[in-house]
Write a new protein. Structure first.
Length: 208
């Protein structure tokens, strides 16, 4: 009997070692009684402006309240007041999230297909494929975002098409979305901010 018990124990240990380890949240929510006065004020301003409590990338960002509030202000413009069509805005956000394999960002904005982006385009982006069947503004936005993210520059052809389609303000707004969500992805990845409870990771890392 003791021999069988040892075998079962060994198998149990092997199974535990085989399970994927969940990355530890490096900057979890700060308990309310541990917030500094500056952090409390920043949390109040955030909640008043967004209509919900600090969450997502703003959980680690509240460690620097001024940075958090300035990030919120930029996000308020880029998400809600950009001159780009919402469909294009959200497409650029998920392109950026995909480049960083940023699951929190993707999970937050993939449902924004309600803005009109076709599911097959989002699926292709998730797979790392260039979507087929894009209409003109989607194709231009895809090229602009992908070139600046991967090549660190934009070709003359892509730039000219973007200005012709979106105007110079639209080009800056598009680049602003890429830059802003790069910033949030950097924070989320470094802090290992987890997805909401019960949500599976939608993205896998690109093969090396």
């Amino acid at each position: 009997m003791s021999h069988i018990v040892r075998i079962i124990a060994a198998l149990s240990a092997f199974c535990l070692l085989s399970l994927p380890l969940k990355a530890q949240d490096r900057m979890p929510p700060i308990p309310a009684d541990k917030l500094t006065e500056a952090q409390k004020k920043a949390a109040e301003v955030f909640a008043e402006g967004r209509g919900y409590a600090v969450r997502g990338p703003f959980v680690p960002l509240i460690r620097s309240p001024e940075v958090m509030l300035r990030a919120k202000a930029m996000g308020d413009y880029l998400r809600f007041k950009s001159v780009l069509p919402p469909r294009i805005n959200e497409m650029v956000i998920i392109i950026t999230a995909r480049e960083w394999t940023q699951n929190y960002e993707w999970n937050s904005h993939h449902p924004a297909l309600k803005a009109g982006l076709r599911p097959e385009i989002a699926d292709a982006i998730a797979d790392g494929r260039r979507p087929t069947g894009m209409i003109e503004d989607e194709e231009i936005a895809y090229d602009m975002a992908t070139e600046i993210l991967r090549l660190k520059r934009v070709s003359d052809t892509t730039y000219a098409r973007a200005v012709a389609k979106f105007g110079e303000q639209g080009v800056i707004d598009l680049l602003g979305v890429v830059g802003y969500y790069n910033f949030l992805a950097i924070v989320l990845n470094a802090a290992r901010t987890p997805l909401p409870d019960g949500v599976a990771e939608p993205l896998k890392r690109y093969p090396n």
